[in-house]
Design a protein around this ligand. Sequence first.
Ligand code: HEC
Ligand code: HEC
Length: 486
Amino acid sequence: MKRGFPNITVRTVSLTVASVLTVAAFLTRSGLAQPTPEGRQQMSQDTSIEQTKAKGFEGVDFYYDVFGAMPGQDPQKTAQQVMKKDVAEKPEVMTKQRKLLEERYDLSCKRTADLTMTKGKPQPIGPVVKLPSKVTWESLGRSSAEDIKRRQIFPAGFDRLPHPKHAVGGQIFPQVQIKQFPRLERFDVDFDLPDCWLPEFPPPIFLTTHPELGDVSQGEVLHADNFDRLFRGLVTHTQLDGLRLLVTQFPQEEFNLTHDRKTVNPSLGVTCLDCHVNFHTTGQFHLNPDTRPQMQRFRLDTTSLRGMFNQQIHGSKRAIRSLEDFTEFEQRTAYFNGDPIRAMKKGINMIDRLQVAHMGQMQSIIDFPPASHLDPMTGRLDRTKATQLEARGEDLFFGKAKCAGCHMPPSYTDHQMHDLHLERFGASADGPIKTFVLRGIKDSPPYLHDGRLPTLEDTVEFFNIVGGLQLDQEERKALTAFMRAL
Ligand code: HEC
Ligand code: HEC
């Protein structure tokens, strides 16, 4: 603890310096003289918010951190003002995001009855990413990276997908989940993507320890009230204790008991399985803790915890080497924007290593959904069961399309990070990202770390262009069919 003190001091000092600089920069810009300390104290909350806004958002925008309020201000009152302002701004925030989505995607939600996820929700069919005018998927596929960049014809939907309130960020839950768990509703921003692009709610649960049982969820969302009833006797004592912790609410930046939160009522926090619903995902998202300034942070679509037992790095950027470490740090870093000081102010939760192990053991027995066309020994297609289209897709996946260079069976990952260098096409550079697993991939739209690609067809168009693969339409169809069989 002693060793932590110098850090805290340095942090506080630099924050103070930053606030002074902010005020100074604003005053210089508006032609006013440097304020005296007393003058600073007298500034109203509204102007301090305006000043931070004028400065732009760098790092965590502590304008909504009521603990960082000007001296003499009442945090309770400040919080009420911030909420009033947030609520008033919400319709505009959501209209802007809707417009952005309309520009990027066809939002009409195409699906067919015969292509479903594991429990029967229709899969979204694409491609839904919109093309720039006078461009087709064929012409784009034939163009070089330089050409695409020069003519600015890389589809907007292939570039980063922003958080609807990127300057603030934080965790956002889909409407279908908020209906069942109203405690997950924020007053400042709503979920933005259409329900047809999301995984099924609730997702099924498969245990490596009980393959004979199939889905053990009984159609329920695992949470504090039912986990014991559903899992006692089915798992070990350590696993059950791990599950208890995975459904226990821990404080988080937007969901906590302090004034500085984004829920109307004080909240005990969020649970691991609020995002990783039934150890899978239903599209919850937040911002990554790894990048700064704030506007450069990635939106992160919640990953599935299925098949964790077979993955060696965790997180798109962090590449944390063990499930236990990720478990321990998820709620200390990601929950608080990678800022331990804010975590302390809002109720940091230190999980004992023993409990971390229990949580890890529970996550390690979650299996992928069954894939009836795969050979259980190799993870490749069983050609006596596969359709012709799937077989053609597999040949391409391991051949011309070069997907297996990174996505290798049985989980269809190489446990590495790769840089797709999207800046070659004029898009934002994301740097290296974890090769996500493709087993069970039909169950977890939207795709890529930020969910920018709503359908599997979009992922094939994306890799066709990014990989310079020159696949024709039939080949692209076959590749999609193969991924649906995984
Ligand atoms: C906002 C919802 C949210 C909550 C709450 C949450 N997670 Fe996550 N989790 C994510 C996202 C998003 C990722 C992907 C992170 C990335 O790509 O860097 C992730 C990644 C993970 C991974 C690594 C997956 C991989 O890449 O191998 C593990 C393990 C994990 N979470 C466990 C937990 C545990 C344990 C908790 C509770 C302490 C938790 N999560 C709470 C959203 C959440
Ligand atoms: C150079 C390595 C590499 C190759 C080759 C590659 N991928 Fe990937 N793949 C990745 C990485 C890295 C990601 C994560 C990128 C991101 O999230 O920004 C990814 C993500 C995906 C996803 C989304 C996974 C998810 O959970 O959201 C799909 C689908 C996919 N790849 C399919 C393919 C197909 C099909 C091919 C062949 C045409 C292919 N990939 C070739 C590295 C590769």
